[in-house]
Ligand binder design. Structure first.
Ligand SMILES: Cc1cc2nc3c(=O)[nH]c(=O)nc-3n(C[C@H](O)[C@H](O)[C@H](O)COP(=O)(O)OP(=O)(O)OC[C@H]3O[C@@H](n4cnc5c(N)ncnc54)[C@H](O)[C@@H]3O)c2cc1C
Length: 386
């Protein structure tokens, strides 16, 4: 058992910190004020190759593991930024890597690695299916050498900022299936070709996140863009869940550390009743407690990431890490906001922005109830609720 990061991992941390210093609080504040996409930041991370970290070297990436990828995203959030603006490439990549054909990998991966193409959109969620993904209704119907896509998706992030999108669609009607986890397929949609042929409606939401409702009305997708086998798409998506949960856990850890650091600093400097507010245990204990919970969650996150990189089963650890880290970050967010008193609500302090942003991690890309259901039913073998 070794709790220390390697020299290479420490160096990655340092490098990301250095990049993030070029994008301080004021940058993120302004981007949010404009409701803009943090294009300069994402371009910089891409140019330096960090968003292609998990792409194997043979395709031009750095061939790094989920551990290193998670450190990259953690540091973005710890700096005050938001990795949710560009994290999808890291976890959608696995679907293409594991299940894509040789030709697809050769066509897309080198260009994603070089930054020529962005794969930041991942279209799964639908209004009527919600968390029950096997109920999605968007169809992809084979017609010769094409699939024709009809239906609608909700909360699909970065469609307007991406070149490629992974789409989960139904290729066999639900009522014709014996096994309800079959009948869905994954496609690579080239958004550059689809522009004008799909309707993208940006959603006005609580954070600056660039998420959309997407409407498909007869979109043609070449059959060669089917990933893996037809009907196996849900399986492929599930295969990516552990990586996704570990990366989200790391982002939450980054947020949590940001909140704890800001709260401890403010509590030490703000003087009321003739002494720093942090001298009062009512102020310092919630911060210390949040710190302890973040550090504990971080151990589970590294346990999950290590097992993942060793190709060991890690469903339990990945889910626990996502749950513990997102809840700990939310607790830290509350402690930080409370510590700042009224100033916690002032945009210039950035606490309220991070407070809103970190709350998302308890709900998306998967809600913590569903994470607990996984632990209860698959790890603890309790009766299934769905
Ligand atoms: C900002 C943002 C960005 C997003 N980006 C994307 C994206 O890029 N691509 C994409 O495909 N999706 C995206 N999503 C969607 C996200 O993954 C879903 O919102 C999330 O999975 C929850 O689904 P839902 O909103 O339909 O909630 P519902 O399924 O309607 O659930 C509502 C509540 O009920 C609870 N619940 C439901 N069923 C059960 C049960 N059986 N037991 C206990 N509790 C239950 C849930 O935990 C949740 O708290 C995004 C969402 C947001 C808010």
């Amino acid at each position: 058992m070794d709790f220390n990061l390697t020299q290479e991992q420490l160096q990655i941390r340092e490098e990301i910190r250095k990049v993030c210093r070029e994008f301080p609080d004021a940058y993120w504040r302004e981007v949010e004020k404009q409701r803009a996409y943090p294009e300069a930041f994402v371009r910089k991370l891409t140019e330096l190759g960090w968003l292609a970290a998990p792409i194997p070297e043979e395709y031009g990436g750095s061939g790094l593991g989920i551990t290193e990828s998670s450190i990259i995203l953690e540091e973005v959030n710890r700096s005050g930024g938001s990795a949710t603006t560009c994290h999808a490439q890291m976890y959608t990549m696995g679907t293409l890597l594991r299940h894509g054909g040789a030709e697809q990998k050769k066509r897309y991966l080198p260009k994603i690695a070089s930054g020529e193409l962005r794969l930041e959109a991942f279209a799964v969620t639908e209004r009527d299916a919600g968390s029950e993904t096997t109920r999605i209704q968007t169809t992809a119907t084979r017609k010769g050498d094409k699939y024709i896509v009809n239906g609608q998706k909700i909360f699909i992030s970065r469609v307007l900022e991406s070149d490629l999108m992974l789409l989960l669609a139904r290729t066999t009607p639900y009522d014709q299936l014996d096994d309800k986890t079959k009948g869905l397929s994954v496609f690579i949609v080239d958004l550059r070709e689809a522009r004008g042929k799909i309707d993208v409606k940006p959603l006005d939401i609580m954070i600056n996140h660039h998420t959309n409702a997407v409407f498909f009305d007869g979109l043609e997708v070449p059959a060669e863009n089917l990933v893996g086998e037809e009907g196996m798409g849900f399986r492929y998506i599930i295969d990516g869940w552990n990586a996704e949960r570990i990366l989200i856990a790391a982002e939450a850890i980054g947020d949590g550390r940001w909140f704890v650091e800001r709260a401890a600093k403010y509590a030490s400097e703000r003087v009321v009743f003739g002494r720093p507010i942090g001298a009062n245990q009512g102020v310092q204990f919630p911060i210390a407690q949040a710190h302890a919970r973040i550090e504990a969650a971080d151990l589970v996150r590294f346990q999950a990431a290590t097992k993942f990189d060793r190709k060991e089963r890690c469903g339990a650890e990945a889910n626990m890490a996502k749950f513990l880290a997102s809840e700990a970050a939310w607790e830290a967010a509350n402690a930080c906001l409370t510590t700042h008193g009224g100033y916690g609500f002032a945009v210039d302090y950035d606490v309220e922005r991070k407070f809103r942003e970190t709350r998302l991690l308890t709900i998306a890309p998967v809600s913590n109830n569903l994470v607990l259901a996984y632990l209860a039913q698959h790890v603890l073998r309790m009766p299934r609720s769905y």
